[in-house]
Design a protein around this ligand. Structure first.
Ligand code: PRP
Ligand code: URA
Length: 209
């Protein structure tokens, strides 16, 4: 069974509360999402392995530590996942970025795929799949299946707000994928929106309300 990490550092929780407020406009919403993505990225990369490297300081030679092993990729689910890319890239500037385009059908709430462009060596990378909202989990589950069909073996999922239904869906279908979220909310309403949530993340980022 995958792990669920609720990354509820006071700074993250405070920034998320501002984002939840319906009076917060797109500019602030985007900036806060960017900041939270970077803060969560710090926690999400905590277990990256280190290796010894030989360097010379101005004083002497030393064995220093550097991140070793696999390379990383950041994959946002379009559109809203785009809002979390810059924050993570600031932490991991060498990470490649892939894109998966999915939107929820307003009637069925099922995800519909419209785009997929991934780095050619994605199967050799640790992949961080990002999307602010984990509601029914349909979009995350489909994106994870797409990544695994391309051979990805090491994937973690990062969101901002999760519903218990979405967490369960991902854990049932992809028990190997750890989930990182800033908050675990109460549940879903009749439109499959997260309650209390923050509304439609894509619309709030891009001002298309
Ligand atoms: C939102 C959100 C997720 C999805 C979550 O995207 O960004 O991708 O819904 O819902 P789920 O867990 O029930 O699948 P949306 O379909 O609204 O597309 P957008 O990002 O282009 O606005
Ligand atoms: N997508 C969103 O943007 N918000 C929700 O609450 C659910 C799905």
């Amino acid at each position: 069974m995958s792990n669920l990490y609720v990354v509820d550092h006071p700074l993250i929780t405070h920034k998320l509360s501002i984002m939840r407020n319906k009076k917060t406009g797109s500019k602030d919403f985007r900036e806060l999402l960017d900041e939270i993505a970077m803060l969560m990225g710090y926690e999400l990369t905590r277990d990256l392995p280190l290796e010894d490297i030989n360097i010379e300081t101005p004083v002497t030679k030393m064995k220093a530590k550097a991140i070793s092993g696999k390379k990383l990729a950041i994959v946002p689910i379009l559109r809203a996942g785009l809002g979390m890319v810059d924050g993570l890239q600031r932490l991991i500037p060498v990470a490649k970025v892939g894109h998966i385009g999915l939107y929820r059908d307003p009637e069925t709430h099922l995800p519909i795929e419209y785009y997929c462009k991934l780095p050619p060596d994605i199967d050799e990378r640790i992949v961080i799949l990002v999307d602010p909202m984990l509601a029914t989990g349909g979009s995350a589950v489909d994106a994870l299946t797409m990544l695994k069909n391309k051979g990805c073996k090491h994937v973690r999922f990062m969101c901002l707000v999760a519903a218990p239904e979405g967490v369960k869906h991902v854990q049932d279908k992809h028990p190997d994928v750890d989930i990182y979220t800033a908050a675990l909310d109460e549940g879903l309403n009749e439109h499959a929106y997260i309650v209390p949530g923050l509304g439609d993340a894509g619309d709030r980022i891009f001002g298309t309300l």
